[in-house]
Ligand binder design. Sequence first.
Ligand code: GAR
Length: 207
Amino acid sequence: MKNIVVLVSGGGTNLQALIDAQESGLIKGGKITCVISSKPGVYALERAKAHDIPSRVIPRKEYPDSIEYSKAILSALKEENADLVVYAGFMTILDELVVREYPNKMMNVHPALIPSFCGKGYYGLRVHEEALKKGVKLTGATVHFVTEVCDGGPIILQKAVEIENGDTPETLQKRVMQQAEWKILPKAVSLFCEDRLVVTDGRVYIK
Ligand code: GAR
């Protein structure tokens, strides 16, 4: 059984999608063993508690820089014996010292079709604001492995979502979550836990 550690910073709807998938038996070969939040008091922590999942708060604000923060996260991941680390709305970029320890063992859900609207500064609502500003007709979500390049790691799954007349960043964010993120994140985690993801030359193949 693989230990899945989920990193969060906010409402935790993607965490909830993972919990729901787990409880419906859709994640074979893995179990969410810990939730780590970069902020105290966020609703994601309530979701973990409601399902008896242990959690830790490692507040970004209490660390002077990204390196010190990354060291704290790394030691927590080691203590938790993490086999898979999932960024589920985790809004902090970790130093590569963490990524190096978990090659192709950390995944992130991003609310756009990478390589569009991604990279440093593109997170949360901002991503949807930019998609609407550009006037794209399709957007969506991507689950990818985390590398030292922000949003640049091998792509695991993507799902497209149509932009509708009258969309606001908020309505679009909600639809992208419902139609894409909450579906592909549990699916990617499940594939990983069944050892069905193979990374070759920066590309992910599903066995
Ligand atoms: C989600 O839309 C997620 O894709 C996004 O933040 C939201 C978190 O929601 N993540 C990023 O923008 C990371 N670059 P949640 O806390 O309800 O899961």
